[in-house]
Design a protein around this ligand. Structure first.
Ligand SMILES: *Cc1c(COP(=O)(O)O)cnc(C)c1O
Length: 231
């Protein structure tokens, strides 16, 4: 049976192959290990194998893990799930990144609640390019306005864009969505100095995402195995 350490090595190898096929710079794609629903012991195994970036979807579960593992001070914790406005405070107090910003109200609350003694919270705006009803995220037309508002919030650092493109589409539709994201990202990175992250690509579409400029892939199943809950 493959261990978490084996699966991490495989995932990194796949990422490196995709980077090479796309003629991109080595080390231009970071791997976020998505540990939602998985026990702390799995995160510790991944940490021992060298993994430092972890992503969580559920606020309370994520905060509990961050507190349990606070002695591992070089872990970078990313919130990647939806945020209700009554939960922003514990997110602002614990996470290093929030990738799922999809409205100004949440951004403002995170800014106001980020503790003084912590660095600005790194944020990505979540886009829903295909305008799928079931997914959070803003449509491209709303992007410039939200970007301007976030740039006025001093306790947030705008790092880029995040998206979860539909999985079961034709290769053409997938290319269309990924190319649109890449173009929005490139424009944003030209305008805003702190922007360096296009978070797109999961276990099933990682190679295509890397071919379209992804700088961070978010991998759960391929590292930790299938989840019990459906998410
Ligand atoms: C669950 C999740 C992932 C990881 O998905 P896998 O298919 O397990 O790799 C990535 N991004 C987000 C936003 C998720 O919710």
């Amino acid at each position: 049976m493959q261990t978490i350490a084996d699966r991490l090595i495989n995932a990194r190898r796949e990422i490196d192959n995709a980077i090479a096929s796309a003629n991109r710079n080595p080390h231009s794609v970071r791997l976020l290990a998505v540990s939602k629903t998985k026990p702390v012991s799995d995160i510790e195994l991944a940490y021992e194998a060298g993994q430092r970036l972890f992503g969580e979807n559920y606020i309370q579960e994520g905060v509990d893990k961050i507190q349990t593992l606070k002695h591992l001070t070089d872990i970078e914790w990313h919130m990647i799930g939806p945020i209700q406005s009554n939960k922003t405070k514990i997110v602002a107090e614990h996470f290093h990144w929030v990738q799922s910003i999809d409205r100004l109200k949440i951004a403002r609350r995170l800014n106001d609640q980020r503790p003084e003694n912590m660095p600005p919270l790194n944020v990505c705006i979540q886009l829903n390019i295909e305008q799928e009803e079931s997914k959070s995220g803003i449509v491209p037309a709303e992007l410039p306005g939200l970007v301007q508002e976030i740039l006025n919030l001093p306790r947030l650092s705008l790092r880029g864009l995040m998206a979860i493109p539909a999985a079961d589409v034709t290769p053409q539709a997938q290319h269309h969505t990924l190319a649109a994201l890449q173009s929005l990202y490139n424009d944003l990175a030209q305008q805003v100095d702190t922007v360096d992250t296009l978070s797109v690509g999961m276990s099933g579409d990682m190679c295509e995402a890397i071919a379209h400029g992804s700088t961070m892939v978010r991998i759960g199943t391929a590292i930790f195995g299938a989840r019990q809950q459906q998410n």
